[in-house]
Design a protein around this ligand. Structure first.
Ligand code: FE2
Ligand code: FE2
Length: 134
């Protein structure tokens, strides 16, 4: 399980809410990997992918066409993890290897999420907070 209180926070509250929701889905997936059926694991990965899509579209829609200089690099960092998570999903569908899926989530995905929030979302949050203050 991951401790969502340890996730980095940003200066824009709705983004934090989105990240906490994602952490809840990650914990649900880890619980299903631990002791759910194969189809429950599949559904939990699908729920995570759907939430990632919503999370990334939400941020990109707020940032695009507003002169945010890091838009392209931010979006491509979303696209990269989306591609890797879809790949992990395909591997799960094909091979049903729980350990490989758990490692992907606990190591690669969580490392990405922590770094992305610190390096990309925090800058985006400050930009959005400034826009709304002015
Ligand atoms: Fe985010
Ligand atoms: Fe982001």
């Amino acid at each position: 399980m991951i401790d969502k209180t340890k996730l980095p926070t940003v200066s824009y509250d709705d983004m934090n809410t989105m990240h906490y929701e994602e952490a809840d889905l990650i914990n649900d997936l880890l619980a299903k990997i631990e002791k759910g059926s194969d189809s429950e694991v599949t559904s939990a990965v699908e729920a995570l992918l759907a939430h990632m899509q919503k999370h990334f579209e939400y941020e990109e829609n707020m940032l695009k066409n507003r002169g945010f200089g890091m838009f392209d690099i931010h979006r491509s960092d979303h696209n990269r993890i989306m591609g890797e998570t879809r790949m992990a999903y395909m591997n799960w569908r094909n091979f049903k290897e729980r350990e490989a899926l758990r490692e992907f989530i606990e190591d690669e995905f969580m490392e990405w999420l922590n770094l992305h929030i610190q390096a990309m979302d925090s800058v985006a949050a400050d930009f959005l907070s400034r826009l709304e203050d002015s």
